[in-house]
Design a protein around this ligand. Sequence first.
Ligand code: 8NA
Ligand code: MG
Ligand code: MG
Ligand code: MG
Length: 370
Amino acid sequence: MDKILLSRFKGCLVGGVVGDCIGALYEGLSHVKTNDLIERINKLEKDRQTQREHGTKPAEKYGFSYTDDTAMARSVAGSLIDKGQFDAPDMGKRFAEEYFREPDRGYGGSIAAVFDGIRDTNTTDVYQPASKQFEGSGSYGNGGAMRIAPAALFTFCDNNATKLISLVSSITRLTHTNHLAIHGAILVALAVDQSLRLPQDTAVDCDEFIEALIIKLRPLEEEHDKSSMGPPPLKKNSKRVLDASATPYCAKLKRIKEMLKEPNLKTATVVEELGTDVSALGSVPAAVLCFLKAAIQNIPKLKDHNKFSQTVLYAITLGGDTDTVATMAGAMAGALYGMEAIPESWRYYCEGVADAETMAEHFFNMTQAP
Ligand code: 8NA
Ligand code: MG
Ligand code: MG
Ligand code: MG
């Protein structure tokens, strides 16, 4: 039992890392050909086989580097592990230090200003720089959601959605104060938490999984809606009508339920209606769809790959913010299928896997404390 939970904790963090590393190869492309992706993945497997025949030394050069998604998740995990609790100034400092150490990890366009602010010795409130972004409206980017999986591991034993939601909100607001960024991060964390608790030997009930998400998210969205002037108007010609709903994440979750029942669901439909861009509302729902779709069906062209791989590869074929959709979906899938489902060749060639494994062990050990 414990061994399985440890494998699922590792699967979650390592799943996030490989999704980021492999997804990053395609970031920003509007079309990713499934056949090209499969060819690349098969070559990876072949290279690894050749390498194995010559002895299994650690990879000299990682084929695939991680990006800001993993860089920030490492700071989230590292701070929670070292402090044993959420410590806002410590986590903020880690984000900033990490950014200034390696600013070229593909961070979002406006996030540097937040790190500047956090690093500024005159800043007494670590939350202040983020709250000033975008003329006070705060970033609605997916940078909060992409790094949040460790929070679900940290609160796993509490089995308390309210506690998880509060932790996620605090972590996200360090860089993203817009409600859409916060609700998106909450959705990812809840999905990871629910995935960790799914039985591995029973088919996933998608309706039930989604309803459980909606029950927890709806009060938050309704609360925000009451206190706001309503959602922003839709961009001209946008097909993302659900973005303009008063409870947009719940509206998209309901739509995902229908999409999962469409046997010939088109990539274009997913991209047009859910989105795969750098906004949280335009990427988190797609990650949930990828996870659930692969769980209940074999995805055409990907059926030779296991469920974990199908999740991540399908996410990448959607194009757009591929590293981020794949990292979020990869964390959800790894939490269900466990570490063993992540192909050895992926783990071997992706940067940051060993550290993710160690961090997952730390979180697991917390669950074993008397
Ligand atoms: P962010 O906070 O800079 O947000 C991303 C982008 O969303 C911003 O640059 C803006 O264009 C837009 N945006 C966010 N909030 C608002 C607002 N209130 N009003 C108007 N526009 C807004 O970055 P992040 O930390 O959320 O990161 C998001 C993504 O950036 C991740 O997927 C990550 O992998 C990375 N990334 C982004 C790009 C890119 O083209 N922006 C490229 C590579 C990587
Ligand atoms: Mg990235
Ligand atoms: Mg970012
Ligand atoms: Mg990205």
